[in-house]
Design a protein around this ligand. Sequence first.
Ligand code: GAP
Length: 444
Amino acid sequence: MGDATVMEKLVSLAKRRGFVFQSSEIYGGLGSVWDYGPLGVELKKNLRERWWRSMVHGREDIEGIDAAILMHPRVWEASGHVAGFTDPLTDCRQCKHRFRADDPRLKGTPGEPDAQCPVCGSRGTLTAPRLFNLMFKTFIGPVEEAAAVVYLRPETAQGIYVNYLNVLQSSRQKVPFGIAQVGKAFRNEITPGNFIFRTREFEQMEMQFFVKPGEDERWFEYWRAERLAWHGAMGITETKLRLHQHTAEELAHYAKAAFDIQYEFPFGWQEFEGIHNRTDFDLRRHQEHSGKKLEYVDTGSGERFVPYIVETSLGLDRLLLVVLVDAYREEVVEGDTRVVLRLHPAVAPIKAGVFPLVKKDGMPEVARNVFDDLRRRMPVFYDESGSIGRRYRRQDEAGTPFGITVDGQTVQERTVTVRDRDTLAQDRVGLDHVASYLRERLER
Ligand code: GAP
């Protein structure tokens, strides 16, 4: 399979099976904005919950919050986003296309007579680069004037920094401790693309870990290793994961050091999580701009300091793309090619399909009873239409890890077969033990 083909097939499967749809599709779609369908919303929820369980519930030293998307506009002055969250842009005066000035397709230097537009091929028509801020602006209240401008947050992190004292005082945490948040972020990306890889509206799962200055490098290493291991534990192919250390040119304005966790997508190695040592940059800037002291006082030693911050920042939509790409397989089974999503059972949208072998001899009634019992405990799907082979294939494509079939033996022996999506092995399980059997396999 060529790499372009894998992405095309995945986009098509995502739409056909209800993982991801183009936003406002009946109106021709909206550029780089996507909607999640019935299977996509479950997969996304499972990934979000898995992150939350490991980062918040599983730890005594991290608290969760949910800050608003709209924030005081001065937050973005303090954070450096008003001045510095920009991309250089160039326009072709001939065909009106717009590009990032560092777009590798451009030939020559934009603004110079020899520069060539990659779309219409004209020379000398590309404007000199201008800086373009990626934040979406809107207005608060009924008047559209400069004083009423607010931004849609371009990262969730700032909602954590401005609440750092609130959380510290209300939770009785002590440094080192972290604050985690999951929420929407917005960027008016100039060159979005590659399906849900780079979009204008996306969800981030961020954790900011507050540490004593001098201990930041140790925690930075700790979180880098933890986060990489987390992806491995979800079964992401280890050879397709790697760390990339930022060079001085790549470092964001707030970071002293940074690592990307990259995945080898069909379109190349790309970041999907960032680990940043943000130093005391953010808290100091908020301290200066708000006039409010954001120091930490060590109750034992009486020492005062502005904590350093180690950040882990994971894009939920991008993680979902990693999970889908990594799970996608085409396999030949008994002479037929099947498409299967080998999703980790814990994040699979549907845990089991329930099928009567045939629509007679009391099998549908027993299968519906099994289905009704299971659906109270986990997402399951009942299907009695088409051959049993086709029903298995439909669930393989949806990434459903188990297929439960009620057959002739069920009625006599009170057992069903449970088919494993990946090994295709079939176990016979007592009717009364189906739920506990699945629970045990899902938790492995
Ligand atoms: N608070 C730090 C921060 O926002 P970032 O490297 O700009 O750092 C972190 O973004 C993560 O957010 C990325 O690794 C990616 O997973 C996700 N992300 C960023 N921009 C995105 C976009 N336009 N579309 C989808 N995900 C995006």
